[in-house]
Design a protein around this ligand. Structure first.
Ligand SMILES: *Cc1c(COP(=O)(O)O)cnc(C)c1O
Length: 518
């Protein structure tokens, strides 16, 4: 057999040779393909399209905007371009490839039925400026989703237009600001717990408030006494995540809300973790005034890579009058009306303004509505039950090899939180996370929430099977044992990925955005 192989390349016989010792001519490793930059593949002298020569054109017409140097963009043929991006996409990880345990992100399976409905021409091919009579079905779908969101949260109204959770936070705080200003009582401070997602303090600051932190108790919840002690006439409101980012239910939320209302403030709830309680708890019953719902988390519309998201904000009776335009309204004859500026001074005179140009993310609305209708009320209740069950299975299956700082306090909600306590000297959460890449998983959320040292936040969601969870738990147990035993190989993981460990901090702080030919 070896004579057929003059290059000296020897396939491993029987048991496989260590993968690092096999070299290939191309640098490709079977289906794992090496890929150069577009600039290295293409050339400014080539083009994928056959343009006619440019007719004489008086560049003086462009004045100071005339280009002075050649635009050295790399030209590539269509197949070269398609292959480039397809190859890169194969180096990516996706929910359609495997479990994606990012805590707080709710990376669940996106049912294909939702995709199918979102592509119906009546939803996908409409234009936001079409006459309202021609888009009655699409407006009706937005309205039906709005009704479901109000019902599921026990709230009074909903602003559908915000395009992500963070955008919804801003919408909610602008409603709070408008409500306080309408009373002639603008206030300066928003209280945010230490464990909050970074978007919470960022939003409050962006909306013009001073942010003050509220500490957490040793059991991972908001310190209610500290919060109450801080309440006063300068506090516009609080932003509380429930369930919180430690994966725990804030059981004192009603008590907190009553105290905040008593001083004339409002309660914003970060609803990113609604997946843990949907169908079981209505935030409206807990005194919440505004809460965003990440449709791309709880209601399964696809996310990752920065979008598209959708973050409708449900509002209490006190805040609803201030919600943004436009919104849909069903008329007595069953037809849909779009409340825009023209009608607003009669029907919704206190709107604070608008969050975006048009009606929000139609594709996300149709997916989320399909998800809700295909599950039904009982199915949504089962979603949260199974999500919590899966997270607790992970918590209890790993707590003998990984420190679970709040494990003793009882069951977790939809995500399990671990710390790096017990790792060998010099071994970190990052080492374990990188080892997970070699095992074929996207790492969990690391170093968040900040209240736990070397945090690892794992959210399996309800869409993983027990067999899938068992395999992940096996990989995690093996990595935890290696981190505890001080296995040096773990420090340089990943070993089997297309690239080894990268300096992510340097890449983020000093990105190289300009290509310079070698
Ligand atoms: C995801 C998330 C957000 C922000 O939502 P985006 O849709 O990403 O803007 C806010 N808070 C928490 C707890 C989250 O998990």
């Amino acid at each position: 057999m070896n004579e057929l192989n003059p290059s000296g390349w020897r396939p491993a016989m029987g048991a496989s040779a260590p993968p690092d010792t096999i070299e290939t001519f191309t640098g490709n490793r079977a289906l794992q393909l090496e890929e150069a930059l577009l600039f290295e593949l293409g050339s400014p002298d080539r083009s994928g399209v056959d343009f006619d020569d440019i007719p004489d054109f008086d560049t003086a017409l462009l004045g100071p905007n005339a280009r002075k140097a050649r635009l050295d963009l790399p030209g590539l043929s269509e197949p070269e371009t398609v292959r480039h991006y397809t190859r890169l996409s194969r180096q990516n990880y996706a929910i359609d490839l495997g479990l994606f345990p990012l805590g707080s992100c709710t990376m669940k399976h996106n049912p294909r039925l939702d995709e199918k409905v979102a592509r119906f021409p009546g939803f996908a091919d409409v234009h936001p400026l079409q006459p309202v009579q021609t888009v009655q079905g699409a407006l009706s779908a937005i309205n039906e989703l709005a009704v479901w969101l109000i019902e599921l949260t026990g709230m009074h109204g909903v602003a559908m237009t915000p395009k992500a959770g963070a955008h919804g936070e801003l919408c909610g705080l602008l409603c709070i600001r408008a409500a306080l200003e309408a009373k002639g009582d603008p206030r300066a401070v928003i209280l945010v717990p230490e464990s909050a997602h970074g978007t919470n303090p960022a939003t409050a600051a962006f909306a013009g408030y001073r942010v003050e932190n509220i500490p957490a108790t040793t059991d991972g919840r908001v310190d209610v006494d500290a919060l109450k002690a801080r309440l006063g006439p300068d506090v516009a409101g609080v932003m509380i995540t429930n369930p919180n980012t430690c994966g725990l239910f804030e059981s004192e939320l009603k008590n907190i809300a009553d105290a905040v209302h008593a001083i004339g403030g409002y309660v914003y709830c970060d609803g990113a973790n609604f997946n843990a309680i949907v169908g079981r708890v209505r935030p409206g019953d807990l005194g919440v005034d505004a809460m965003h719902i990440n449709l791309h988390k709880t209601f399964s519309t696809p996310h990752g890579g920065g979008g598209p998201g959708s973050g409708p904000v449900v509002l209490s009776e006190a805040l609803s009058p201030f919600g943004p335009l436009p919104f849909t309204s069903r008329q007595a004859d069953g037809s849909m009306k779009l409340i825009e500026e023209e009608q607003a001074h009669e029907e919704h005179p206190q709107a604070f303004g608008r969050m975006c140009a048009f009606h929000g993310q139609m594709g996300m609305f149709t997916r989320a509505l399909t998800y809700i209708l295909s599950h039904g009320a009982d199915g949504l209740r089962q979603v949260s039950g199974d999500a919590v069950l899966n997270a607790n299975y992970i918590l209890r299956s790993l707590e003998d090899v990984l420190d679970a700082p709040f494990g003793a306090a009882g069951p977790c909600m939809h995500e399990a939180l671990f710390s790096d306590d017990g790792f060998a000297e010099g071994f970190t959460t990052l080492d374990l996370a990188k080892g997970l890449i070699d095992e074929g998983y996207h790492p969990m959320t690391v170093y968040f929430p900040l209240v736990v040292h070397g945090a690892m936040l794992i959210e399996p969601t309800e869409t993983e099977s027990k067999a899938g969870l068992d395999q992940f738990i096996g990989a995690m147990r093996s990595l935890a044992e290696r981190a505890r035993a001080g296995d040096e190989l773990l420090k340089s993981a990943p070993h089997l990925a297309p690239r080894r460990r990268l300096d992510e901090t340097l890449a983020a702080r000093k990105p190289k955005l300009v290509y310079k030919p070698a």
